[in-house]
Design a protein around this ligand. Structure first.
Ligand code: PEP
Ligand code: MG
Length: 588
């Protein structure tokens, strides 16, 4: 049996990327595009072929519209559903189709150009009409035009996913990822994006394998191709050979076996071989994930990314709506605790501003935005307080960079408490307040911050991007996004020491917590509490239960003196071999 390395070495049909969510999937590619379609005005040689392609594209468009029409009739009133019926009638209009065919024959230009030009002529006439009804119909016609052209280019749209597919896309926003996951998506492959881009994090949360940052998978893979996605090593194989299929099918079944074994660890503690217990919490990004937390064996929610509600809803929920969401979560997780992080809007997350910031990651993000919009902030704090009556809710502030922000936030929280007291609404008066350490300024002054709040949580995803000055989602600089940089090691050590001096609890909730390679280093550095996507908790538990704390401490001390990322990585890898500890991808 060949190893992964040997298989990849001998595979010419592989596309390399970054393994963003673990798992192995074999399935059909679905080229997902939202970009404006580029129309080619190329000359054509074979007129019959072009006419045939036109007929095919129109038949496909009709099929799609028929399906949409029948769903629309179920979900909407007759009048609105009729829009699709009208669109179908246009596709059957013989005059229009004859005209397009005639022009293909006469002008010998690509069908997509003729379709675009001919239908646009109709549209212009309608837009010039004084009747608003006609203007609206022009929009419907735009939809048909785009549909035919897209089918001529053999591209697809999200709305059509009706069977199990692997979504291949240039890029995905967090909202795209959530919307697509509601369809039958087996895995995600993207040209752009890094390990800690929010779309990657959501894939992990949803337990959907993903490979990101492949640069060119959308040009290498065709819609409908059979592909293999390896979310462990970060490779995609297009049109696999029989040998490759056999290899990955076997790995897949071994993985399923391992997952079953890991389930048995659910009620066991994450305890090292020499008796040190590490607390494992879960990060929750999407509402459905709470059930996974309960079954993962995590002892609570260490990070609830509340801004995800905005991605799911597409708008701000009211205070009452938020109260309902938070109360449901806190009751479901009780007697364990939940740390609700207030909206971290900005960066690559939910957009709030109606203008583009030149540097969104360095802009009005997280606590900065909330302090600028106190009404928004207060509604959320009030909702969190109202859901805290079980005394298992904590509040956490994202993107803190100055003490002033902490003090202002505390003032707002106190105002909310006072209001609720006056309204005779119950809440946990001792509710704990913590901050994320994810900006270098907060890391440097961790002790000063720690003195003013109840707990700290390191957000390595952002901390690394800001320490190394690399956009966490930009695959062009992903080489510089160095989780194992000595800078990261030493900064983590400094934060741990500062938290100890201030006698405040510290946890780490970035994606690094879920990297099994990083685990001995983090624990050795003195981090006693980790929060990660629920699906990765069992893997982490397995590693912790096979490591010795004293040895991890020695490993961390050694890494703290090293000078390059390579040295740190090599030292940790040696620790794994010397101690005969295996990582998942080595076992399957
Ligand atoms: C982080 O930055 O590490 C973190 C946990 O926050 P997010 O990934 O949501 O920015
Ligand atoms: Mg962050």
């Amino acid at each position: 049996m060949k190893s992964f390395k040997e298989i990849y070495r001998s595979s010419e049909n592989k596309i390399a990327g970054i393994g963003a969510a673990p798992g192995i999937i074999i399935g059909e590619a679905y080229l997902y595009t939202k970009e404006k379609l580029q129309i080619s005005k190329a000359d054509i040689e074979d007129i019959e072929k072009a006419k045939h392609e036109l007929v095919e594209a129109i038949t496909k468009s009709k099929k799609e519209l028929n399906k949409i029409f029948s769903i629309a009739r179920e979900k909407m009133d007759e009048v609105r559903a009729a829009i699709f019926e009208a669109q179908l009638m246009i596709l059957d209009d013989p005059i229009l189709l004859n005209e397009i065919e005639k022009r293909i024959e006469g002008e010998r230009k690509s069908p997509e150009y003729i379709v675009d030009d001919e239908i646009s002529k109709y549209q212009s006439k309608m837009i010039l009409s004084h009747e608003s009804y006609m203007k609206e119909r022009a929009m419907d016609i735009e939809d048909i035009k785009q549909r035919i052209i897209r089918n001529l280019q053999k591209k697809r749209w999200e709305s059509k996913i009706d069977h199990n597919v692997i979504v291949v896309s240039e890029t995905l926003t967090p909202a795209d990822t959530i919307l697509l996951s509601r369809n039958k998506v087996l895995a995600f492959v993207t040209d752009h994006g890094g390990l800690t881009s929010h779309a990657a994090i959501i894939s992990r949360s949803l337990n959907i394998p993903a490979v990101v940052g492949t640069h060119n998978s959308t040009s290498q893979i065709k819609d409908g191709d059979e592909i293999i996605v390896d979310g462990f090593y970060g490779y995609v194989i297009s049109n696999p050979t029989l040998e490759q299929k056999e290899f990955f099918n076997l790995k897949r079944s071994r993985l399923l076996e391992l997952q079953k074994e890991l389930e048995e660890l659910k009620d066991e503690k994450a305890i090292t071989t020499d008796g040190k217990e590490i607390k494992l919490y879960a990060n929750v990004d999407v509402s459905g994930e709470i059930e996974m937390v309960v079954t993962s064996g995590a002892i609570g929610i260490g990070l609830y990314r509340s801004e995800q509600i905005l991605n799911e809803l597409g708008e701000f929920p009211s205070e009452d709506e938020q109260t309902k969401i938070y109360s449901k979560l806190s009751s479901r997780i009780y007697p364990n605790s939940i740390t609700i992080r207030v909206f971290d809007i900005g960066g690559d997350k939910f957009r709030f501003l109606d203008f583009e910031e030149p540097n969104p990651f360095l802009g009005l993000r997280g606590i900065r935005l909330l302090l600028e919009n106190p009404a928004l902030f207060k509604a959320q704090v009030r909702a969190i307080l109202k859901s805290s009556t079980n005394k298992n809710v904590k509040i956490m502030l994202p993107m803190v960079s100055t003490l002033k922000e902490v003090r202002e936030s505390k003032k707002i929280i106190e105002e909310c408490k006072l209001e609720l007291r006056n309204e005779k609404v119950k809440f946990d008066k001792d509710i704990q307040l913590g901050i994320m350490i994810e900006v270098p300024s907060a890391a440097v002054m961790a002790k000063d911050f720690a003195k003013e709040i109840d707990f700290l949580s390191i957000g390595t995803n952002d901390l690394i991007q800001y320490l190394m000055a690399v956009d966490r989602g930009n695959d062009l600089v992903s080489e510089l996004y160095q989780e194992f940089s000595p800078v990261v090691v030493r900064t983590l050590k400094h934060i741990v020491d500062d938290a100890k001096k201030a006698k405040k609890p510290l946890s780490l909730c970035g994606e690094m917590a879920a990297d099994t390679l990083a685990m001995p280093l983090l624990i050795g550095l003195g981090i006693e509490s980790l929060s990660m996507s629920p699906s990765t908790v069992p893997y982490a538990k397995r590693i912790i239960r096979s490591c010795d704390y004293k040895k991890m401490k020695r490993l961390a001390d050694k890494c703290n003196l090293l000078h390059t990322e390579e040295e740190v990585k090599e030292t940790i890898e040696k620790f794994f071999t010397d101690n005969k500890i295996t990582r998942t991808r080595q076992i399957i």
